[in-house]
Design a protein around this ligand. Structure first.
Ligand SMILES: [Zn+2]
Length: 242
């Protein structure tokens, strides 16, 4: 058990250092954006609920402007819905969104895999290996938060390796929307360790510069996630995933 705690602390450290390196200067607007996004993605702010700007200002200790700007950015990213004369709401979650989101994500993640295999450096892959090595042994209990942290860190390292800001920004937006669905299905979803461990084979392909293999594995990985989430949300996959 103690060993698990040490491993988990190590994993969280890797992730925090990774995030710190990516957020060198964080403006108030950025801080508001990140905190509210985290609350929406983790369902702390429930889908469909009214957004109370005053409560957010008090809770986050931030002024009206950064909160308002953050919410507008989140509306563009489809996590917030602005309804004229009615206010702002946390975007709802629908099955159709899941289908539409994953049909885009599977294409863009595959594209990222190809470019990352061509452009990624050994530094990227060593970093990803370090993240993956922090996962506990097969029979040990693992916290869902730790699995999410590993999955997110692996994808973000790939997005960095792609070296294309346009693709990276889109993928980060898509990832947040998928992560919210993962949280949404969390109570009903099975152990996702197998799905997260698929990153080990993805890493091998990327490190070897084998773009075709990396694309194939990443495509399977995204479809696997879609299937797990759909099954958890509906009991059965919505329609066969081709
Ligand atoms: Zn993943």
């Amino acid at each position: 058990m103690a060993e698990n705690v040490v491993r988990y602390a190590h994993l969280v450290n890797i992730f925090l250092i990774y995030q710190m390196n990516n957020n060198r200067s964080v403006s108030l607007k950025q801080r508001a954006y990140e905190r509210i996004k985290q609350k929406i993605v983790s369902l702390e702010l429930a889908p469909g609920s009214v957004i109370d700007e005053t409560a957010l200002q008090a809770e986050l200790g931030l002024g009206r402007t950064p909160i308002r700007e953050a919410l507008q950015r989140l509306a563009l990213e489809k996590l917030v819905m602005i309804v004229p004369r009615r206010g702002m709401f946390v975007a709802d979650i629908g099955m159709m969104d899941l289908q539409r989101l994953f049909e885009v994500r599977v294409v863009l993640e595959s594209m990222a895999a190809r470019l990352a295999a061509q452009r990624g450096t050994q530094e990227h892959w060593q970093h990803m290996a370090a993240v993956l090595s922090s996962l506990p042994e097969p029979l040990e209990i693992i916290d869902n938060q730790a699995l999410i942290a590993v999955d997110q860190a692996c994808h973000e390292i790939i997005y960095e390796a792609v070296d294309n800001e346009f693709l990276k920004d889109t993928l980060i937006t898509m990832y947040a929307l998928s992560l919210r669905l993962w949280y949404f299905a969390l109570a009903k979803i099975g152990d996702m360790r197998g799905a997260v461990l698929e990153h080990v084979a993805i890493l091998e392909a990327l490190q070897a510069g084998n773009a075709d293999q990396a694309v194939c594995l990443l495509e399977q990985h995204i479809k696997h996630f879609q299937e797990e989430i759909q099954t958890a949300m509906l009991g059965v996959p919505l329609r066969p995933i081709s």
